[in-house]
Design a binder for this molecule. Structure first.
Ligand code: FES
Length: 193
């Protein structure tokens, strides 16, 4: 092999090495991206993540004044244990001026009013359980314990829900949905699919 052939061969090998290095770097970036995505997802996933179609929630595990968020059929579901003062506030905010006058409770009739009692867990009215997706676009997860009424706040276009999950301020048309449930023994709440 003369010098010219040797030189061309080295040139080819160098080109292959460069390609290989790029491929490895690309895979590394993809792997890092996937890893970061998984980390982000893990950070955003509520700790009580459950995938079973019926969700069981032990209400004894929720402290007074606390809201816990679960996942029910792919949607966030918030359960709040309201204090006495919060219950009084929820009673006070019920009136003819409500944006959505109806309970939006799957256990009740469509025209039942959005009183605090109709929005609370029957059998343990200090608690409320809502699907905490904003009813405006039905795409934004609301944030609990936020907003002017310390209920739920939609971060997308700022609808404020009160401690009974009712729209008090903003553009959302409906109160947060109350799913079908059954309160079982020992304060175990069954969210029914
Ligand atoms: S999506 Fe919630 S207020 Fe618009």
């Amino acid at each position: 092999m003369d010098n010219k052939q040797k030189f061309e061969e080295e040139l080819q090998n160098a080109g292959k090495r460069k390609l290989l290095n790029r491929a490895i770097l690309g895979m590394g970036a993809f792997g890092l991206g996937s890893f970061l995505w998984m980390l982000t997802r893990a950070a955003n996933t509520p700790s009580e993540f459950q995938t079973a179609s019926d969700l069981k929630i032990d209400l004894n595990q929720i402290a007074e004044g606390e809201t816990k968020t679960f996942v029910f059929k792919g949607s966030p579901l918030s359960v709040r244990y309201r204090t006495n003062a919060e219950m009084e506030e929820a009673e006070r905010l019920y009136g003819p001026g409500l944006h959505d006058p109806y309970a939006n409770n799957q256990l009740l009739h469509e025209q039942d009013p959005a009183t605090n009692a109709n929005r609370s867990i029957a059998g343990n009215s200090a608690f409320i359980a809502v699907i905490s997706i904003c009813t405006h676009t039905q795409k934004c997860a609301t944030n609990a314990n936020q907003g002017d009424f310390n209920g739920w706040l939609c971060p997308c276009c700022a609808t404020h829900y009160d401690l009974a999950g009712r729209v008090i301020k903003g553009v959302a048309p409906r109160n947060l949905l109350i799913p079908r449930y059954r309160l079982g023994n020992n304060n175990i709440l069954h969210i029914l699919s």
